[in-house]
Design a protein around this ligand. Sequence first.
Ligand SMILES: C[S@@+](CC[C@H](N)C(=O)[O-])C[C@H]1O[C@@H](n2cnc3c(N)ncnc32)[C@H](O)[C@@H]1O
Length: 270
Amino acid sequence: MSLSLARVASPDSLASSVHSRGKDYVLYRGDSLALMEKFDEHTFDLIFADPPYFLSNGGFTCSGGKRAPVKKGGWDESQGIEHDHEFTTAWLKACQRLLKPTGTLWVSGTQHVIFNVGFAMQKLGYKLLNTVTWFKPNASPNLSCRYFTHSSEIIVWASPGSKGRLQHTFNYQSMKTQNGGKQMRDVWTMLTPRNAEKEHGKHPTQKPVQLLERIVEASSNEDQVVLDPFCGSGTTGVAAVAKGRRFVGIEMDEQYLELSRRRLMAAPRP
Ligand SMILES: C[S@@+](CC[C@H](N)C(=O)[O-])C[C@H]1O[C@@H](n2cnc3c(N)ncnc32)[C@H](O)[C@@H]1O
């Protein structure tokens, strides 16, 4: 389907969808692999993907100062490295088709998935632009004391094509201004989401709005269209509409989709 948010308001029947009155977002419930096929190529200016990290495999973490099992949901369980890689390759390929030549893809991950993502991107012909390190100064301690404290995530930034002149959107000057007049570097120090960001409900892997606002501002312009194929609690959408962009989110879990809807309804607009 071609994308005009007003027109998507009468979608084909594949997924349930929720639409905003102001027409600056639309949320689809369903499998992103199936739904992404429905959009025309070159539809989106920016895609942010926070995919399953395949973390929920019987390990332990620290929650509220106590040892707790890592159990984010069935969607986060590994089905073996080959299967996980096939899944990663499939959704990355779908994103590549959907991006405009000026658009870019951001993918977040930890060691559990990010090398898989990077390898698939290189094989598909993406041009890697940066790997941003998100440093979390308030990360939970490591209770086993057998590792360094996990306190960062990698966010790969890439353009869909590796050939020809780079055409991607990068708001260099805006980033420099935000960084006090110095070039913005690729290590970003930001807290994990505070309680105020969870007032509409919780998601086990919620990203901070500040992180998504920087991504949106750096690599898209006002009124452009942002896609998140693993929408979760809708953080990308909240940041996108707050910065005057339009948003399309896909999420397979009905409760998380409803959480996204509540957050998007309440999100500030410029
Ligand atoms: C890592 S979380 C995203 C969290 C999000 N960035 C946020 O700030 O809330 C991944 C989400 O993708 C959803 N998901 C996993 N596989 C999916 C699929 N094939 N299609 C659609 N949603 C999927 C999960 O239900 C989960 O909510």
